[in-house]
Design a protein around this ligand. Structure first.
Ligand code: DC
Length: 224
């Protein structure tokens, strides 16, 4: 079973690359950020404070949370409803990095991530995939790029905003990075077991090709 872990900060281009790698390897793609976002989205829908640990623990105890495969991707479904694009608003962005600090929320989602990948392997994207969720996998990639490059990428995704928006977006990404890196439970980090990739220098298909070449070389070496 092949599990490819792709970690890195916000706006680094992980999703595009991870989707391509999954399609080439013929395994499903799992965006674990969407799982944390779905919990944050549901908290906001229910008028709860994402920073309130016991409210979040109560929330995960009562919701029905499913990962439904659609076109080789896992769609997150909460109480029968797929929030889809509603997971990508700035309000949900900010709430998600608050929800993601709670250890019980993390372990509950991590169990689902492991269950999902155990079926037929997966390309799994997130912040702690190679450190906590699948530390034993040999295929770990850490994607990184300077904050300015990541801000520009997000700006393009949002359809090009003006200079004030650029500054506010830059600050939002910086704040999220800080929370992701400094939280006590499974902070964003990498170690020597990762292959490091700077995404500011190559297009997504070149980066995907590099990851595929590494995975295939490792598979071939293991078979020799
Ligand atoms: O990758 P993303 O922007 O969709 O992630 C949303 C938030 O969820 C981000 O603040 C980090 C958090 N996250 C996490 O803590 N662990 C993961 N495995 C994936 C995302």
């Amino acid at each position: 079973m092949t599990v490819v872990a792709i970690d890195g900060p916000a706006g680094v281009g992980k999703s595009t690359v991870a989707r391509r790698v999954a399609a080439e390897l013929g395994v499903p793609y799992l965006d674990t950020g969407a799982m944390y976002r779905a919990v944050a989205w549901k908290a906001l829908e229910d008028g709860l404070d994402p920073a309130d640990e016991s409210a979040m623990e109560e929330l995960i105890g009562r919701i029905k949370f499913e990962l439904r495969i659609r076109e080789a991707e896992a769609d997150v479904v909460v109480d029968g409803f797929a929030p889809g694009a509603s997971l990508r608003t700035p309000r949900v962005d900010a709430a998600t990095s608050r929800v993601a600090v709670h250890p019980r929320v993390r372990s509950w989602l991590v169990a689902r991530q492991r269950e999902f990948a155990a079926r037929e392997g997966a390309v799994v994207e997130g912040r702690d995939i190679g450190t906590v969720v699948f530390p034993e996998t040999r295929y770990k990639f850490y994607l990184d790029a300077p904050l300015e490059v990541r801000t520009e990428r997000r700006l393009r995704q949002l359809g090009g905003l003006d200079a004030d928006d650029r500054e506010s977006l830059r600050r939002q990404i910086q704040a999220r990075d800080k929370r992701d890196r400094q939280r006590r439970a499974s902070p964003l980090r990498h170690d020597a077991s990762y292959e490091m990739i700077d995404t500011s220098t190559g297009a997504a298909d070149q980066i995907a090709a590099r990851i595929l070449a590494s995975v295939r070389a490792a598979v071939a070496a293991a078979e020799r």
